[in-house]
Design a protein around this ligand. Structure first.
Ligand SMILES: Nc1ncnc2c1ncn2[C@@H]1O[C@H](COP(=O)(O)OS(=O)(=O)O)[C@@H](OP(=O)(O)O)[C@H]1O
Length: 839
């Protein structure tokens, strides 16, 4: 057996974190975090502007990543371009502006510089700049236009914060970072003006080496400075060092909060949950013994002093209870003796991967585990579960969710895989089938990290992980932390206890973060209260990620997804196009839905919450059909705000087809459609009264008005599609041409789709004089036309309504013609006519 029981020579390591209180700090000075919200009303968006040298440069990417982690939207603009528009009506779009290289700001052309400065002054928006190193040897340089001198290329030691600054919120000043600072290319600032306030002080390494007189003031340098805006009304913070230094991340969080008047502040609460996934699963030699269990209980007590309400959360696979050496079995029994001290959750009885099991096998393993819990009186009361290997949680294996609900009444779970494992700061939550799925984090420990020596290059790396390293930054960035650990991390060298006690102490030394734990269901409720926009999942194609295929059901195929979509809008001839496409031997549509017939309406309705399996059931497995190209048409997709993003996430290479007719005609056809469906409002109100309804009209009339008119604002919907899909994947059909010359349209469409074999529609479509439309040729004399609901007969639109709509749609039509020109798409005759009309 491959284990090393004698590897541990001494006792497990104890974390050696002690706060180094700055001796220069006056006693009794308050550490209270500052609240940056201001009484003044600043009309600013929750967004940041990052000006970079190139789209790929690293400092800008780092800034964007950390904003991403804090869910702050950012716009990245390369220097060469002009500034993006900064305002939206009365509102400033950006609450803070970053320059990854401050000299970019200094060298901006005067027009852009004035524009930006004016924006910052009027909206009281601050600037953060990073002063980059110079290639030359150490130099001094005056900053043009500022009473400020920069000294480049200095080496610094020891770093302390200005305890008097109002900027600190997360950062707890009064601690010293001792020793050399990362990187040897720091810049420091010299000034003699009360407008500038140092945010940090460091010592010059060179002067220290020459004269070891620590107290002399000349040795202090200022690597981060706050320009308080007294000169030109713009507050700026300049960093002389990069984000390679972990403390700059903490400081930056506060600086963003301060400069944005609290608009971009983040809560100080950090929830901590530590799951021990496999408390009974581990090879002999790696399992917990009695003294490890005692250490776990003692550590939990210490952690509870720092983390309100903390409990280790123990997952169990009952089958593996008492599967170690006699000493380790005694450890298992000890754990159960202490069972009421911990939280517990069911894993899987045999630690099976959920995605490999059907519902009945899943239920049976869950029942066995539940029986085990009952036999040993384990208090499993948290409605929380984790799937072994994250399998079946995301991508979703529906049977896992069903089993969890029916057997365990699970309400919350967690995974690292949504939307993907990396980058860790972009992991998010969602709710599916009544179960809240929360993002999970790794702490750097895995099943194989049993001994200190197994962790990278040993104790120092382990320590770095929490002393400003990845684990520390994870907690800094993430308000809700659910950490995955394993039983092996608590036996032998007990690396998990070392790591978590270490990080908690370190956080206490350097930050004002409030660490706390709440039971998992409450955690889920709090999570979606803070991030309600995450409740809706965004489904992706499991085959786009190797890790996802591996934990998705083996008998599912990603090929059961459409290669192109006809997205609408409604009443433009989408059914005719659907029927023409269905005639093509190389193309297969979805099967009919019992409720919405040929339209699946997955991306635009609550069907989306039914999940991917539900959607794929509408399509044949391509292995069982000769047609290669699957497609779907749902006319409700075109103008729905959520749909382009949802479609792009799932089928980013899909082609998108839409049909446009005169929007006024479309609106009228839609009104007639609603009347024929016996819509009470459409029956009781004339077309004119609906399209002209103002706020004095009843709500249901206004709602019908919006459903009638909004889809016809074509350009704004198209732009949303083009935000996600490249224009080469989008095909726009002139609906009048489809109606009058479908053979030509189908020829062009086949070329666009590259569909095989070529289908000669001139042999299969012909004009039916009775129907007044083109129909499918069945025999020499018989045609198959669309039903009575397509190509209805109704009174022509009255002239007053037509005039009103001509006026109403004019600006939208102008935008459409500009967009079509930009896309190199011919402008349809009806659009040319509409625009040639005098208004
Ligand atoms: N070949 C053929 N046969 C029948 N109808 C045709 C055809 N080509 C285009 N049209 C026009 O399509 C209009 C219905 O559009 P949709 O199919 O998109 O409507 S729906 O949104 O699916 O309800 C329908 O609108 P109405 O005339 O108002 O019924 C037709 O004008």
């Amino acid at each position: 057996m491959n284990f090393r029981p004698f590897r541990r020579i001494s006792q497990p390591p104890q974390p050696r974190v002690t706060c180094r209180i700055d001796p220069l700090m006056p006693r009794n000075l308050s550490h209270q975090p500052h609240d940056h919200r201001s009484k003044e009303r600043h009309r600013l968006g929750r967004r940041a502007l990052i000006i970079v040298e190139t789209q790929y440069s690293k400092p800008g990417t780092k800034i964007r990543n950390l904003l991403d982690a804090w869910r702050i939207d950012s716009k990245v603009e390369a220097v060469a371009n002009s500034l993006p528009s900064l305002t939206h009506g009365e509102k400033g779009k950006f609450a803070v502006v970053f320059f990854e290289n401050f000299s970019t700001y200094l060298n901006m052309d005067s027009w852009n510089r004035q524009l930006l400065d004016k924006y910052c002054q009027s909206f009281s928006v601050g600037i953060v700049g990073f002063v980059q190193a110079k290639d030359e040897e150490s130099t001094l340089e005056n900053i043009e236009g500022f009473p400020l001198t920069v000294e480049y290329n200095v080496q610094l030691v020891d770093y302390r914060l200005n305890i008097y600054s109002d900027v600190w919120r997360v950062t707890k000043p009064g601690e010293i970072f001792e020793g050399g600072l990362p990187g040897d290319t720091w810049s420091v600032f010299h000034f003699n003006d009360s407008n500038y306030e140092p945010l940090a002080y460091s010592l010059l390494l060179s002067t220290l080496e020459n004269q070891p007189d620590y107290d002399s003031e000349e040795k202090y340098r200022v690597p981060v400075i706050h320009d308080r805006g007294q000169v030109d009304g713009i507050q700026r913070v300049l960093f002389g060092g990069s984000l390679d230094f972990w403390l700059h991340h903490v400081m930056l969080m506060d600086i963003i909060s301060y400069l944005s008047h609290g608009k971009l502040s983040m809560t100080l609460d950090r929830y901590i949950q530590i799951d021990i996934d496999d408390i009974f699963v581990g090879k002999e030699g790696t399992r917990m013994k009695v003294e490890d269990v005692e250490a776990l209980v003692a550590s939990q007590k210490r952690l509870q002093a720092a983390v309100d309400g903390f409990h280790f959360n123990l997952g169990f696979s009952g089958r593996y209870y008492l599967h170690g050496t006699p000493e380790e079995d005694a450890g298992d029994k000890k754990l159960l003796e202490y069972r009421h001290q911990f939280w517990w959750f069911g894993h899987m009885y045999r630690h099976e991967q959920a995605h490999k099991l059907d519902l009945s096998s899943l239920e049976s393993t869950m029942i066995s585990n539940k029986q085990f819990a009952q036999d040993y009186d384990i208090p499993v009361t948290q409605h929380y579960a984790v799937a072994p290997h994250h399998s079946g949680v995301y991508p979703v294996h529906e049977e896992l969710y069903q089993g969890w609900r029916s057997i365990w009444d699970i309400k919350v779970t967690s995974t690292e895989e949504y939307p993907s494992l990396y980058p860790f700061w972009r992991r998010r939550g969602f709710i599916h089938n009544g179960i809240m799925v929360l993002p999970r984090q790794t702490c750097g420990l895995y099943t194989h990290t049993v001994f200190v020596a197994d962790f990278k290059s040993g104790l120092q790396d382990l320590e770095e992980n929490f002393k400003g390293g990845e684990l520390f930054l994870t907690i800094l960035y993430t308000p809700f932390n659910i950490f995955m650990t394993h039983m092996n991390n608590y036996g032998n060298d007990r690396l998990a206890l070392y790591t978590f006690e270490g990080v908690v102490k370190f956080i206490q030394c350097w930050t004002n973060l409030h660490l706390l734990s709440v039971p998992p269901v409450q955690l889920g409720i709090n999570y979606f209260h803070m991030f309600p926009e995450e409740k809706d999942p965004i489904w992706q194609n499991p085959c786009d990620y190797k890790r996802h295929i591996a934990i998705w059901s083996q008998n599912k195929s990603c090929n059961r997804l459409p290669r192109f979509l006809v997205v609408g809008p409604q009443k433009t001839g989408t059914t005719a196009l659907y029927s023409f496409l269905s005639m093509h031997p190389g193309v297969t549509s979805n099967v009919n839905s019992p409720t919405t017939f040929e339209e699946v309406q997955f991306f635009s309705s609550n069907n989306y919450y039914k999940g991917l399996d539900w959607y794929m059931e509408f399509f044949p497995d391509p292995a069982n059909t000769s047609a290669t190209m699957l497609f779907e048409k749902s006319a409700t997709y075109f103008d729905n705000e959520n749909v382009p993003q949802r479609v792009f996430s799932l089928i980013p290479r899909a082609k998108i087809i839409c049909i446009l007719i005169d929007p006024a005609k479309r609106a009228y056809s839609w009104y007639q459609h609603m009347r024929s469906k016996a819509d009470v409002t459409a029956l009781n109100y004339t077309f004119y009264s609906i399209i002209t309804a103002d706020e004095r009209m009843p709500r249901h009339v206004r709602e019908l008005q919006s459903r009638c008119l909004v889809p016809g604002m074509y350009a704004q919907h198209l732009v949303r599609w083009l935000d996600y899909f490249p224009s080469r994947q989008v095909f726009i059909i002139d609906g009048e041409q489809l109606r009058n010359n479908p053979i030509h349209v189908m020829h062009k469409l086949q070329q666009f789709l590259h569909v095989q074999p070529y289908f000669d529609y001139s042999q299969h479509l012909r004009y039916d004089s009775q129907k007044g439309f083109f129909c499918q040729v069945l025999t020499d004399r018989r045609n198959k036309c669309l039903g009575r609901s397509k190509g209805r007969t109704y009174q022509p639109m009255d002239e007053v309504s037509a005039a009103h709509l001509r006026h109403f749609y004019r600006k939208y039509n102008i935008n459409l013609s500009k967009l079509l020109n930009r896309l190199n798409t011919p402008v349809p005759d009806w659009l040319q006519e509409a625009l040639s009309d005098e208004d």
